[in-house]
Write a protein that binds this ligand. Sequence first.
Ligand SMILES: Nc1nc2c(ncn2[C@@H]2O[C@H](COP(=O)(O)OP(=O)(O)OP(=O)(O)O)[C@@H](O)[C@H]2O)c(=O)[nH]1
Ligand SMILES: [Mg+2]
Length: 242
Amino acid sequence: MTVVNAPAALVIVPTYNERDNLPLLVEALMQQPRVNLLVVDDASPDGTGDLADDLARRHPGRIEVMHRTGRRGLGRSYIDGIRLAISRPVDVICQMDADLSHDPRQLPALIAAAAGADVVLGSRYIPGGGVVNWPKRRRLLSRFANLYIRFVTRLTARDCTTGFRCWRRATLAALPLDQFESEGYSFLTEMLYVAHSLGARITEVPITFVERRQGESKLSSGVLIESALTPWRLIATKSKRR
Ligand SMILES: Nc1nc2c(ncn2[C@@H]2O[C@H](COP(=O)(O)OP(=O)(O)OP(=O)(O)O)[C@@H](O)[C@H]2O)c(=O)[nH]1
Ligand SMILES: [Mg+2]
């Protein structure tokens, strides 16, 4: 049916110590037609980078691996990954976590929605979306973060912090990445805010987020502080950006 006309997509997956999860994610993604993968590994001490190279050899022409050096960080990794991704001849560029929290079977729905929007958010907080296996504390933190971001920035999306997204390549290419300041998770909020202020059409597609079973979370207190300050910085520096 739509396979032939489906847009070619490149999925950026940042990794830090995801040895147990990455092979399962790759296996599932490689079953999707016209989907390629860019792994951005931050010199994971558990050898995720070497493992990604092995997986790339097993799927010739479909997986690229970027080995970062220097200071690690989710935002820094995405900036490097996006710079490479936008140079590839694809229609759509996606973002996904490596820890199987984002279901590859939901990816086609996000890609399809990019036909009618510039940015598609895989959303936990619209009807049909949800979260599985999160303790109450974590649920509250995420809910509060979204309320806080929406309140401060006036973004209207229900899930501004989701890491499961699809972008039209041109929209992503228009982001002034050299002006971004977020080093960690708040990069996700920053890129959404900047895209919105550049006039991008943002839509949400429901997803079910499943908490990781393997590996460790990288949420640190430094990351949380940056996330709390970022919405204020974004509105304060809005006029400097075009
Ligand atoms: N390259 C890179 N990837 C990272 C870094 N920190 C986290 N990641 C990856 O970013 C994705 C999201 O990180 P998680 O630790 O799962 O964050 P989370 O989903 O908010 O936290 P959990 O609920 O514990 O899973 C995963 O694929 C991580 O491997 C980093 O510093 N560098
Ligand atoms: Mg996770």
